[in-house]
Design a binder for this molecule. Structure first.
Ligand code: SF4
Length: 111
């Protein structure tokens, strides 16, 4: 579903049926303030970019809101874990490298 920032995000849910305006982030969930979700976070969240780059079914994302100082620099911090390799994923856009080793891409580009 499209976020208020206009990007597709698999974790955004908006219910606008019959004048309703219920929006939620199903990744951040109902975290207590000040780490709670607000719709402005979608504009600075890396999740839509990660979802476009890597749709690995084994990768699990976890999000928390970094509130910043007095709300300045507020952002979404993502951590990723691979259930297949049982390891943290340093770069979620690329993945852990088990399913799609970097060597595959190098070999394909030479052909
Ligand atoms: S905060 Fe990020 S994960 Fe949550 S709905 Fe917005 S773009 Fe998606």
């Amino acid at each position: 579903m499209k976020t208020p920032a206009g990007t597709e995000c698999p974790y955004f849910y908006g219910d606008y049926y019959r004048g309703r305006s219920n929006e939620e982030c199903r990744l951040i969930g109902n975290a207590p303030a000040p780490g709670h979700w607000t719709r402005d976070l979608c504009a600075v969240c890396p999740v839509p970019r990660i979802a476009r780059a890597n749709s690995c079914e084994f990768m699990t994302l976890t999000a928390r809101v970094n509130h910043g100082i007095l709300g300045i620099g507020k952002k979404v911090v993502i951590s990723a874990y691979c259930r297949k390799s049982n390891s943290d994923v340093k770069t979620p856009e690329i993945g852990c490298g088990i399913c799609h080793p970097l060597g595959d891409y190098i070999n394909e580009s030479r052909q």
